[in-house]
Design a protein around this ligand. Structure first.
Ligand code: COA
Length: 333
């Protein structure tokens, strides 16, 4: 049976840097408040007319493919995680397939919020282990700045999120030494409305999107920040331990944890809970904010570029987010 190995990673972030000081000019907030509560210093917002969710994904994907030593034509399937697709439908998978000029190959969209990338990686891993494909592109890309209410009313949410894209190439290998060891996916839909955008929706009386929905705030991001925090600090350590237990490891065996960049306080708490020193936990939320499905592949691509990921290391990915959903992946790099 083939295993799957990550053979290339790439990322793209828009050039437009938005600092906490820039946000101070738009809403009643402060650099000190944002840093203390979230660890974020700045984030990137897309440039209209230049960046789209798909174009950012294309840039990240081309880098990942090049670093894998492959050509775009080697890619046999695309799994695209996003909650901010360029169109309501079709999803970004087919748009990326078009931009990479790969007519005919399958393209699957995954809408699992901050856990989206690990869900996407898990799906790709199953296809490779089943022998269906040899090279799969797994992508996370988000433009969230247009979802944010950059006024006092939206400040509790707006300061957290940013835009960006990351991608990896997953390849079939017969070598058990370098591979994804396991993935673990969870959800609890009882908390669906704790972090959500309710509208537009197919089940509405009349039209699926109305001016009233917008006026009533239905298209705004609603977040119960404290409840999200409370669950995140339980689910992150739980799903990381699940991955370690499943493979007979302990936290002492972990070389690098790449968590979804939700909030620096959450990441630090999780690191402490697991007894992982700071140098074993990747944090780049300071620069990019929370980029949802893109955060893990961006962090992975940067960590790889910076030499923090080395062959043979035990690398753990973990995520928690809206749904609630949470997930982990354990990789022998
Ligand atoms: N700037 C300044 N003040 C703000 C603010 C902002 N951007 N946003 C909220 N406040 C105010 C609130 O109005 C409140 O004021 P009050 O005490 O006068 O009522 C005060 O700050 C505390 O608000 P609260 O929501 O209790 O803050 P908190 O300590 O829970 O921090 C979060 C808010 C959002 C940073 C925190 O709950 C969090 O990080 N939650 C997890 C969110 C997350 O990770 N989401 C993504 C999941 S993948």
């Amino acid at each position: 049976m083939p295993y799957s190995q990550i053979v290339g990673a790439g990322h793209y972030v828009p050039e437009n840097v938005v600092t906490n000081y820039d946000l101070e000019k738009l809403m009643d907030t402060s650099d000190a408040w944002i840093r203390e509560r979230t660890g974020i210093h700045e984030r990137r917002f897309f440039t209209p007319g230049k960046d789209t969710v798909t174009s950012m994904a294309r840039e990240a994907s081309l880098k990942a493919i090049e670093r894998a030593g492959l050509q775009p034509t080697d890619i046999e399937f695309i799994v695209f995680a996003t909650i901010t697709s360029d169109y309501y439908f079709p999803g970004c998978g087919v748009l990326l397939q078009r931009e990479l000029n790969l007519p005919g190959i399958g393209a699957l969209d995954i809408k699992n919020q901050c856990s989206g990338f690990i869900y996407a990686l898990s799906v790709a891993d199953q296809f490779i282990k089943a022998g269906t494909y040899k090279n799969i592109l797994v992508v996370g890309s988000e433009i969230q700045s247009t979802f944010l209410d950059l006024s006092d009313k939206g400040r509790g949410v707006a300061v957290i999120f940013g835009d960006g894209a990351g991608a990896v190439v997953l390849q079939a290998t017969q070598n058990p030494e370098h591979r994804i060891l396991s993935t673990h996916l969870h959800a609890d839909g009882r908390f669906a409305e704790e972090l959500a955008v309710r509208d537009p929706g197919g089940s509405r009386p009349g039209r699926w999107l109305t001016h009233e929905m917008i006026d009533d705030g239905g298209t705004d991001v609603v977040m119960n920040g404290q409840n999200v925090f409370k669950h995140a600090v339980v689910r992150f350590p739980e799903v990381i331990k699940e991955a370690l237990d499943a493979n007979g490891f302990t936290t002492a065996d972990v070389d690098l944890l790449i968590p979804h960049q939700a909030n620096l306080r959450i990441t630090k708490y999780v690191g402490e809970q697991l007894g992982l020193p700071e140098e074993k936990v990747v944090s780049n939320i300071q620069k990019y904010g929370n980029t949802t499905a893109a955060s893990i592949p961006i962090a992975m691509s940067e960590a790889w570029e910076n030499g923090r990921i080395q062959p043979g290391q035990l690398v753990c990915l973990a995520a928690f987010g809206s749904g609630f959903t949470w997930a982990s992946a354990l990789i022998r790099w």
